[in-house]
Structure formats: C-alpha cells, structure tokens
Design a protein around this ligand. Structure first.
Ligand code: PMV
Length: 317
C-alpha cells in the first residue's frame, strides 16, 4: 500500500517562538513541559532532497553541498531520524540539505532542518501522512521542528500521553500582514550551550523553573487573544516578557547559563529607548546571543535608523 519513489524534495521554514519551549518532561521523545507558540519565517528555512540508494551499506549526508562525515554529530542525528522511516533494514538514502540562512544569523536551522527531512523522507517512502503525524515525527528529531511543519502562527500542544502521540503542533488560522521580524546578527559570540543540555540544566538546578509552566500557559492564552485582536502592544509585551522570563530561569541555573553577550544587552537598551521615544518595538531571544525584533511595517524606517544592519522579514504575504 506504500508507494515508495526514488527521490523526494521538501521545504520547511524556520520558526521563532513568541512563547518559548523550555524544559522537557521526556528527553528521549522531546516531550515538553509547556505549550509554545511560534511564527514561521516564510522564505527562510531548509530545502531537503532524499534520494533512495541502491547497493549502499550507509546513508550519505550533504549539508550545504558539503559531505558530512560519519563522525559528525549532525550525521548521527540524521541517521537516527531516518531509522524512524526505514521499511526494511536495507533502505539507505542520500540526503542533500540546504539552509538558506547563515548559521551565524542565530536562526536555529535544526527546526526547519528536521521538519524538511521528515517531509522529504515520508515522501520518498510513499507514506501519506497528515500534518499531525509529520509534526510528531519532526518533534522526535528536534522539539521545535514540530512547529516548522506549518506556516504562519503555530501552537505546539504539549500533550498528555507518555508515548507522545498527542504532542504536536497545529497552525492558527489568523494572518497579520503588517507584522515584521527584525534579525540582528551579533558577531564575536562565544560558543553556546545547546538547547538539550541547557534545558536539562535549568530544569534540574533552578528553583525559579517551577514558576515557568504557569507563566507559559498564561502567556500563550494572551498571545492567542492578541493575535485574534491584532493587538500589537499586547503581543509584543507578552512575547518579550516571556523571553526574559525564560532567560531568567537560565541565568538562575548552576552553572549559570547566560546566552547574552555585551552586544545583546546593548541592543536591548536601544530597544527600550526606542519604546520610550514612542516606537512600538519589542524583542525576543532564544538559546544564543542574537536579538530578534518584533514590530509593524509603519515603524520600519525608525528601526532601520537605529539598527542599520537589521534584516527585516515580512512574516505574512
Ligand atoms: O527545539 P530545540 O531543542 O532547538 O529548542 C528550542 C528552544 C528555544 O529556541 C530556546 C525556544 C523555542 O521554543 O524555540
């Protein structure tokens, strides 16, 4: 009943969370402690082609046109993900995956990468999967990848089941044509602690973490209402406060998990000054030093004056 094909190509967008995923209740299945809510970046992400190999004993992986060695952690993650899809033990694939975002831009390509790999591998195997099934499979590769299966605003429902079969994302129906994301790439950043290790350290070492699940739940309800009402100030305040609260739990971990660089703090202070000057702009940050700005189209020029290097992304057509 499956109709495998020889080659299949798929695309998935990067997503930025307005209410963050931080903390796992099951590390092997990437089951989160809290729901999260993100918005997709329409033209930024990953294109992945999966080609069926004949008579090969190993999978072959190319990232951005460069071969990836078997010793590389990325190769091993890809092979582990392919294991979810093999129909017989002999199935081997060549993976060509290309990110159109520089890794230095601080936009995690693992979310778009695992979502695109999931779509492409399901396609090559002839599995006819719906969005929910694709989202569950992408989640096993990398938690936030479950949100990159969809466009626009997306909510990841944490679910209740121990097997994770109800932990998946679903798109919201609303669009917001004037909404913009500004990406600021900071240089000179130290190597960061990955999200897997960072989450575990936070959950295990800071008493502040116990306050996080309730705030995330409250924030997500407010964000959904702000999206329905197109209330930018409410969206911005809630997203920025949510990101700062996540970072507070990180900083209060031991050893401290401080993803901020001096340049990150300088950007925050400029954003807060802009707001004092009457420009509605808010910020969010993930597990790295880069700052992302949230604003609406009428203030784009004011933003560019203060941040000449900002890359502005239109989030909806
Ligand atoms: O999916 P992961 O393991 O890359 O974790 C993502 C964690 C954050 O980017 C900090 C928050 C989020 O919801 O994207």
């Amino acid at each position: 009943e499956y109709r495998p094909v020889d080659v299949f190509e798929a695309w998935a967008p990067v997503n930025i969370a307005l209410c963050k995923y931080w903390g796992k209740r099951d590390a092997a299945l990437n089951l989160p402690v809290n729901d999260s809510l993100s918005v997709a970046l329409p033209d930024k992400g990953t294109r992945t082609r999966v080609t069926r190999l004949q008579g090969e004993s190993k999978d072959i992986v190319f990232l951005n046109d460069q071969p990836v060695s078997e010793a590389d952690g990325f190769y091993q993650k890809v092979v582990a993900h392919l294991n979810l899809f093999r129909l017989d033990r002999g199935d081997r694939f060549r993976i060509d995956t290309v990110n159109n975002i520089a890794t230095a831009a601080g936009l995690a390509s693992s979310a778009s990468g695992f979502a695109a790999l999931t779509r492409a591998t399901a396609g090559v195997q002839g599995f006819n999967l719906d969005g929910k099934a694709l989202s569950i499979l992408a989640r096993v590769g990398s938690g936030s990848a479950c949100r990159s299966v969809f466009d626009g605003f997306v909510r990841w429902h944490k679910g209740e089941a121990v097997d994770g079969m109800d932990s998946c994302a679903a798109p919201l129906s609303q669009v917001w044509p004037g909404l913009r994301l500004g990406v600021l790439t900071l240089t000179g950043a130290a190597k960061k602690v990955g999200s897997r290790e960072g989450m575990a350290r936070t959950v295990e070492t800071t008493p502040l973490y116990s306050a996080w699940p309730a705030q995330a739940e409250a924030d997500i309800a407010i964000l959904e209402q702000a999206i329905v009402d197109r209330d930018f100030e409410l969206l911005g305040v809630t997203a920025e406060h949510n990101a700062m609260t996540m970072h507070a739990t990180m900083i209060a971990s031991w050893p401290p998990l401080l993803y901020w660089e001096p340049e990150s703090v300088a950007v925050m202070q400029k954003v807060w000054q802009l707001r004092k000057d009457g420009v509605p702009v808010y910020l969010t940050m993930d597990a790295g030093p880069n700052v992302k700005l949230l604003f609406e189209s009428p203030v784009e020029d004011s933003i560019r004056q203060v941040f000449p290097d900002v890359e502005v992304v239109k989030l909806f057509p």
